[in-house]
Design a protein around this ligand. Structure first.
Ligand code: TXA
Ligand code: MG
Length: 340
C-alpha cells in the first residue's frame, strides 16, 4: 500500500517535502505532470530505476524520460547541446516536449535502456516541477500504467493497478493535456518527431524549423526493425475489447460507414455532436483538446462497459490529431480504415 497525498484542492510546496525524501531514498513516487501521471524515481540511482522497470513490467530496452526542473540540471546530465537544441529548450521548456540528447556518464544505462542518449523533459506542472526541485535530482518517470496499458490521467483510473507497486502517490487531479509529451530528436539540423504530442509539427514549423515525422508514428513496426524510439516497437494502450477506427474527413461518410458496422454488441466512441446518430455511443469530446484530455480514461474504462466491439471515430492526423491517432491506432492494433 502506497502512502497517499491529496493535493487536488490545496497545494503548498512544503507539502511535497515527504515525497521528495522518498525520491532521495530511492523509492517510487507516482506524481502528476501536465501530460499524464508518471512513476518517478531518482534518475541516477540504478536500484531505484530497476524498481520502476519491475513495477511496470517494462521491457529493459525501453528508455525512460528524465525530468528536470532547471536548465542547469540539463547540463548536469547531458554531454552536448547544439544551438538548435538550445533554441528548442528556450522556446518549449517547460512544457510537454522531450528532447533526446547525448547522455553524460553519470546517467546509468539502465535509465536509458542501454542507449548513449537520454530523453530530457522539463514539466510545466507545478507539482512535478517542485517535486524535482525539492528532491534535488533529475527524476526518471515513465507513464503511470502497467506496461501495455493506457497511461493514467487521473488517480481513480490507476489506483488499483499501481497502489501496491509504488511507495507514494500524489493526487493532483486530472492531467491537463491527456496524451504523453512529444518526443523529438534533432538529426542533421532537422527535428524528427519520434512520438507526437501536444507540441506539434506545425508548432515547430511556425518558428522555421524543418520537421520530419518518423514513419513509425502511424505505421506498424516489425519486432526486429531498428527504430529511433524503442517504445514504438511495443504494443500499447489496448483495451481487452476488440477495437477498430473508421475515419473520413467527410463527417456524413464516416457516420454512414460506422452505422453499417454497428450492431447491438458494438459501442461507438465519437464526437459529442455525433452521439445521436448511433445506437450505442459515448462521447470522447468535440475538440482535439477535449479528445486528447479524455482519450486514455475512455480507453481504460471501455472494458467495463462489456461490448464485443468498439468502433472509434478517427480524427484528421494533423496538429494534435496526429498524437490522438498515434495512440488510437496502437490501441486498436492498427485496425484502422481510412476512407479518404
Ligand atoms: O509525457 C510524458 O512523456 C510522460 C510523463 C510522465 O512525463 N512520460 C512518458 O514516459 O510518456 P514513457 O516511458 O511512457 O514513454 C517514453 C517514450 C518511450 O516511447 C521511449 O521509447 C521514448 O520516450 N524515449 C525515451 N528516451 C529515449 C531515447 N533516449 N531515445 C529515443 N526514445 C526515447
Ligand atoms: Mg508509456
Amino acid at each position: 500500500m502506497a502512502k497517499l497525498l491529496d493535493l487536488k484542492n490545496n497545494y503548498d510546496k512544503d507539502m511535497l517535502k515527504e515525497a521528495s525524501e522518498y525520491i532521495r531514498e530511492g523509492k517510487l513516487v507516482l506524481f502528476p505532470t501536465e501530460t499524464v501521471y508518471g512513476i518517478g524515481a531518482n534518475a541516477l540511482n540504478e536500484e531505484a530505476i530497476k524498481n520502476i522497470f519491475i513495477a511496470k513490467g517494462r521491457p529493459q530496452d525501453d528508455p525512460l524520460i528524465v525530468h528536470v526542473s532547471s536548465i542547469d540540471m540539463v547540463y548536469d546530465i547531458v554531454e552536448k547541446v547544439t544551438d538548435i537544441e538550445k533554441s528548442l529548450m528556450d522556446k518549449f521548456f517547460p512544457g510537454p516536449l522531450t528532447i533526446v540528447l547525448p547522455k553524460k556518464e553519470i546517467v546509468p544505462y539502465i535509465t536509458t535502456g542501454g542507449l548513449d542518449t537520454v530523453g530530457i523533459r522539463m514539466p510545466e506542472n507545478i507539482i512535478a516541477h517542485d517535486l524535482i526541485e525539492l528532491s534535488n535530482t533529475p527524476i526518471a518517470a515513465p507513464s503511470a500504467n502497467i506496461s501495455g496499458r493506457p497511461s493514467g490521467t487521473n488517480i481513480k483510473d490507476i489506483f488499483n493497478e499501481l497502489n501496491d507497486r509504488v511507495d507514494y502517490i500524489i493526487d493532483g487531479g486530472d492531467t491537463f493535456v491527456g496524451v504523453e509529451s512529444t518526443v523529438i530528436r534533432v538529426i542533421d539540423g532537422k527535428i524528427n518527431i519520434l512520438r507526437p504530442g501536444k507540441i506539434t509539427k506545425e508548432d515547430f514549423e511556425k518558428f522555421g524549423y524543418e520537421v520530419i515525422i518518423d514513419k513509425h508514428v502511424l505505421e506498424e513496426t516489425k519486432m526486429d526493425e531498428v527504430v529511433l524510439s524503442p517504445g514504438m516497437k511495443y504494443k500499447h494502450y489496448a483495451p481487452n475489447t476488440k477495437c477498430k477506427i473508421i475515419y473520413s474527413s467527410d463527417n456524413n461518410k464516416m457516420i454512414n460507414a460506422i452505422k453499417k458496422e454497428e450492431n447491438e454488441r458494438a459501442l461507438v466512441v465519437c464526437k459529442k455532436d455525433n452521439v445521436s446518430y448511433y445506437n450505442n455511443a459515448i462521447s470522447y469530446g468535440n475538440t482535439l483538446e477535449e479528445i486528447s484530455h479524455n482519450l486514455f480514461s475512455v480507453l481504460r474504462n471501455i472494458d467495463d462497459l462489456d461490448y464485443d466491439l468498439v468502433i472509434f471515430e478517427g480524427v484528421e492526423s494533423k496538429g494534435l490529431g496526429l498524437a490522438i491517432m498515434n495512440r488510437l491506432v496502437r490501441a486498436c492494433s492498427h485496425n484502422y480504415i481510412n476512407l479518404d
